[in-house]
Design a protein around this ligand. Sequence first.
Ligand SMILES: *[C@@H]1O[C@H](CO)[C@@H](O)[C@H](O)[C@H]1NC(C)=O
Ligand SMILES: *[C@@H]1O[C@H](CO)[C@@H](O)[C@H](O)[C@H]1NC(C)=O
Ligand SMILES: *[C@@H]1O[C@H](CO)[C@@H](O)[C@H](O)[C@H]1NC(C)=O
Ligand SMILES: *[C@@H]1O[C@H](CO)[C@@H](O)[C@H](O)[C@H]1NC(C)=O
Ligand SMILES: *[C@@H]1O[C@H](CO)[C@@H](O)[C@H](O)[C@H]1NC(C)=O
Ligand SMILES: *[C@@H]1O[C@H](CO)[C@@H](O)[C@H](O)[C@H]1NC(C)=O
Ligand SMILES: *[C@@H]1O[C@H](CO)[C@@H](O)[C@H](O)[C@H]1NC(C)=O
Ligand SMILES: *[C@@H]1O[C@H](CO)[C@@H](O)[C@H](O)[C@H]1NC(C)=O
Ligand SMILES: *[C@@H]1O[C@H](CO)[C@@H](O)[C@H](O)[C@H]1NC(C)=O
Ligand SMILES: *[C@@H]1O[C@H](CO)[C@@H](O)[C@H](O)[C@H]1NC(C)=O
Ligand SMILES: *[C@@H]1O[C@H](CO)[C@@H](O)[C@H](O)[C@H]1NC(C)=O
Ligand SMILES: *[C@@H]1O[C@H](CO)[C@@H](O)[C@H](O)[C@H]1NC(C)=O
Length: 744
Amino acid sequence: MVRLLGIHAVAGFMIGSTLAAIISPKLEATVSVSSTPTCSSDAIRLHLSDPPYENYFYEDCASSSHVVVTSPLENSNLTFIGPRLVVAWPAGNSGVVAFFAPENGKNGTLGIQLQNSIVTGQTLNPVYLPSKNPSSDNPQVGISGIINFNSSAILTVPILGSIRTIRDFTEGPSILITYIQDAIAFSEIPGRGVSLNRTWLDNVTTTYLDFVPINGSGAVSINRAVNTTLRFESGSYQFTASFDYPQLKPLSPSQVLDPSSSDLTQQNVDQTMSLSFLSYTTKLLAGAWRFLTYFGRDSMLSLLLLQPVLSEGEGGAIEAVIGAFLERVNRTDGSACHEETIGDYTTYLNRNKNITSTAPQCDYKMIDTDYYLPVILKNYFVDSTIGKSRLSAFFNITASVLEENSDLTYADLALIAVEKIMNTSAPFTADGGQIKDNLIHLKEGEIVGEWRDSTYGIGGGRIPYDVNTALVPAALHSIAALSSAGFFPEHPAWNETASQYAQVWEDKTLRFFEVTIPQSTAVSLVEQYVNQSAFTGPSHTDNITSDIVFHGLALDGNNNQSVVRVLNTDDCFRLFLLNSTNQTQLSSFLDQTADHILQPFPVGLSSPVGLFVANPAYGDDPVYAANFTNSAYHGTVVWSWQLAMTAAGLARQLGRCASTTPPDFCAQTALHAKIHTAYTHLWDLIEANAAQLSGEVWSWEYDSDGFRVVPLGALPPPPGTSPTESDIRQLWSLTFLAVHREEF
Ligand SMILES: *[C@@H]1O[C@H](CO)[C@@H](O)[C@H](O)[C@H]1NC(C)=O
Ligand SMILES: *[C@@H]1O[C@H](CO)[C@@H](O)[C@H](O)[C@H]1NC(C)=O
Ligand SMILES: *[C@@H]1O[C@H](CO)[C@@H](O)[C@H](O)[C@H]1NC(C)=O
Ligand SMILES: *[C@@H]1O[C@H](CO)[C@@H](O)[C@H](O)[C@H]1NC(C)=O
Ligand SMILES: *[C@@H]1O[C@H](CO)[C@@H](O)[C@H](O)[C@H]1NC(C)=O
Ligand SMILES: *[C@@H]1O[C@H](CO)[C@@H](O)[C@H](O)[C@H]1NC(C)=O
Ligand SMILES: *[C@@H]1O[C@H](CO)[C@@H](O)[C@H](O)[C@H]1NC(C)=O
Ligand SMILES: *[C@@H]1O[C@H](CO)[C@@H](O)[C@H](O)[C@H]1NC(C)=O
Ligand SMILES: *[C@@H]1O[C@H](CO)[C@@H](O)[C@H](O)[C@H]1NC(C)=O
Ligand SMILES: *[C@@H]1O[C@H](CO)[C@@H](O)[C@H](O)[C@H]1NC(C)=O
Ligand SMILES: *[C@@H]1O[C@H](CO)[C@@H](O)[C@H](O)[C@H]1NC(C)=O
Ligand SMILES: *[C@@H]1O[C@H](CO)[C@@H](O)[C@H](O)[C@H]1NC(C)=O
């Protein structure tokens, strides 16, 4: 599992204008560092070990790099795990990968690792050079380090350019684009080294990767066969990876946090440095290294949970998230952008359409992300004093990321996005309109649309539970509050209409998803699941002492399932986003939520490794157990942010008992005690899994000692697929910086 090895923070850049002058080139070749900018805050250096992956982060005010070195372990499956060097950069979602193989041809015999520089004592050192390219004003920035090979090695495949191009190779069916590969220039450089460069499809930006032997290691040689490869002897080589693309402006740990939370930089060094690495003035990034760019849902969910600790005001983290979202709204229909495509990959996608353009693009297939906007706008621009003071200046900003939005202000874009919500939620609120057809569906032709965005994530369903029962009503309540605060003057009646809509969606949607399974049927279904699935633990069916009630993941699922009968953690959305007011409904909702948190899997969701986000035991169709496994991304696995949102949601509901008009459940002694016990149990699980919480998702194995945490990527993948390599740090897995156990 992930273990924090060492953290070093050093001030700014290396001292002196040229390092080359102070080091013997024979010992350790270096990049000359000239005109280095002075940074006002310390550089971030973080080493996270997650064998077979070693992760190194470096960030200062001029550039950010994440280096991942993979070296096979004795028990690694060599079909998937080979010696590999990745350098990932947020700017342009760019990077470099070099795949190595042992020269002797025997897989598993080549080990690679990074060594500390004897000059600086650091593993990574920044590169900063004026651009070599007359047509670019951007400095050439990146990272330098020392890589050691334990035997002679061949660099078989380099890819220079976009992380998306690299992911197409590592995750897809090993796609290499010939004209992109052929554009790599190889040349010998002084010091018996070799330099690779590739100019992007924009004809302007160039990515460089250099290797120079040090400490008496042999020369690097170029073999120009069918595809050019490099040969290294066993020993140490200084590598330098750099590029000359416009850089993002990072938010340092003290800039990303609200001043009232500045202590976190001492208390949670790893998480605050990780948060800072993912945070820039214009956007927060989803994860490193595979998702090092804008993702709508990831940033909005993270903001919702992290808001109490994030910086407010101009140039702060909160406005970075909101601005990034508004910039990318589809002006035609108001949809939120899920993932942006930028850098070399957008030029590539445009070229595939015979378009010569470097213009960024967006993917608009998700349906959930839209609804986070009003909630977030209300939380900041209505409820925060600083937010209120920023209102006119912020919404007056003209969009600049997407060319097609460049004549719109943030106010225009917010209005377009909210009009979509008002228009699409109206039919369900009409007289007699509370029918399934009027619920929010996935977009035509898409099989995903919310956070469970894998093939079987919502069991083939078309109408997701989280969106319809929580996100829509929460968004509508917020629109009403925004309207009351003077927003959307074009629609002065929204203070009332949005409020009416919200009430209907809040009260009348749960029933569509409700599943009630009689006690005896529930017992036999769980027994059947344990007999037929790979799970070898106890069934715990003695715990089933009444009918089982829960809300299915979606409607209209695979195999003609009207409700996808998978028990799940998505109750957290309603807990966290709605103070619902129908007391009968609220009490029974909380009652079943508490049961699922308390009951051990496969009766409920609880396990020593955390709450499983899905439990297919009550499905009564083999398709459920087959698709919701412990190697599925949204199967019987644990997600950090779902734990955080469930904990924060229960705390919000329990917190209502201290208000002047407490909900009925507060006085229902047994129920209140059960909810409180569930809250305490959840926090015990969270604390027991502290080592996992900053990762995105984790899985488990079960043996005679019970449950044991296992990385998802370490389990045998479904036939014909590769294991999912997880991001060592994911934005929405840093939410425990703000979510804490509370006393009630
Ligand atoms: C490695 O994974 C492949 C594909 O899942 C599998 O066929 C093979 O048996 C595995 N090898 C080992 C040594 O486990
Ligand atoms: C050896 O490594 C190559 C990739 O470098 C891979 O294609 C091949 O499957 C591996 N062989 C074994 C036996 O794992
Ligand atoms: C050479 O590279 C191309 C991609 O540019 C790839 O499709 C091909 O398989 C490679 N050939 C060999 C022999 O590795
Ligand atoms: C890339 O390398 C080639 C070969 O050494 C060289 O001619 C070219 O100028 C380099 N390109 C850039 C932009 O540095
Ligand atoms: C880059 O240059 C090539 C060759 O001149 C040209 O075909 C292509 O359109 C240019 N690409 C861009 C994005 O300008
Ligand atoms: C924006 O929405 C419209 C209407 O749904 C759609 O036709 C268009 O393709 C979307 N834009 C992009 C870039 O996907
Ligand atoms: C792009 O142009 C090529 C050559 O003219 C043509 O074969 C191809 O169909 C075009 N692609 C698209 C998406 O228009
Ligand atoms: C909004 O922008 C316009 C034009 O850029 C400017 O004249 C106006 O003063 C701005 N209003 C506010 C409140 O900042
Ligand atoms: C809604 O706003 C209008 C003014 O635009 C006001 O007359 C009305 O009282 C408001 N409704 C509520 C419920 O606050
Ligand atoms: C509250 O919800 C229940 C269903 O849980 C329903 O039977 C009842 O009519 C609702 N009460 C009101 C006042 O809407
Ligand atoms: C579930 O059953 C186990 C024994 O199998 C028992 O220890 C536990 O207290 C029960 N839990 C609940 C919540 O009923
Ligand atoms: C719900 O009520 C709690 C406690 O009164 C409050 O802190 C929270 O902001 C409310 N949430 C919403 C979405 O209204």
